[in-house]
Write a protein that binds this ligand. Sequence first.
Ligand code: EPS
Length: 391
Amino acid sequence: MLRRLRFLTAGESHGPGLVALLEGIPKGLAIDAERMGSELARRQRGYGRGARMKIESDRAVLRAGVRGGVTLGSPIAILVDNRDHERWKDRMGPEPFSSPPEPMTRARPGHVDLAGGLKLDTHDLRDVLERASARETAARVAAGAVARAFCEACGVAIFAHVLSIGAVAADLRGLGVDDLARRSASSGLRCADRKAAARMRAAIREAAHAGSTLGGVFEVIARGHPAGLGSHVQWDLRLDARLAGAFMSIQAIKGVEIGLGFEAARRRGTDVHDPIGYEERRGGGAFVRASNNAGGTEGGISNGQPIVVRAAMKPISTLKRALESVDVQTKAPALAATERSDVCAVAAASCVGEAMMALVLADAILEKLGGDTMQEVLRSLEAYRQQIERY
Ligand code: EPS
């Protein structure tokens, strides 16, 4: 999915901590550790998060690849500790256990439990669920903060906002991209419609009282990137495919749309495709579109319009009012395990969406321009932008 960057994470939800490894960021990018911290804090917020977030206060520690606040071009390693591990040492520590921990055997429908238990031939489902947990997204956001710094150095801005939670949808008619960015930034649920946000909070409260959970839809928008990222020539080079894969990889995401997405399939072509215009400007000119139904990509290539990706998150699968299931050890009917968890984490997932957008775009920019140092990248970017203006 990534071609110039390599990005891996490691870590279990209640293990000692998380690791992010990011390779391919050029030398000379300034890294603001405080900014990285505030990205991590943003991911932890949002109405509907569980008690775990009161325990964790995520801090990213740079362990490699950054010298004096500036990248070296070598692999960047970032650690995020799990504070909760203190209480889980006897079950999740790396050392041999003094006595075998109680196995987790009651598979939760919707969670990795059963599929992973079958795959790894384990009846202690904790062997798989700990890694599948969305705790891992803290590492994505830490690495995403580096990718975002790269994107911003290249003039690319990325933000996410929440469109709906459960059945409550925001009414965003008449709002431009700047309004969406500003209004959602000041909302706890990252929703640009304040009235809808109040109803979303009520819906989350009701779901919590009913022992249930809620999903929702968020949107990530990128602006300021050049046309020409990605490629039409091969299926796995297409920018939209790379974005869809990256967003779909976020825990609990079940659907991804670009631009009009599924709605485009219901309309006629004359009501979908964005007419092309041209504006003369000083020192060149620019192609303009009155609409952006394509969501910024055509034929697998960025067309210069904002990139708009939406993702649908299913309701979290750890339920207080447990669903019927089976004990995988005894095969007897059993209610699914109930663990402490979140009721709704759509706002948090939207931060992860920003991180994935930043990683994919940073990768696509590096693929287009190459360069070992930021100076090289920015020189090539400037030359490429001029080429586009002269086109
Ligand atoms: C998660 C379950 C909850 C969430 C966790 C993801 O954790 P716990 O089971 O410890 O209460 O809080 O998310 C995080 C820890 C995080 O940092 O986002 C799950 O099962 O996916």
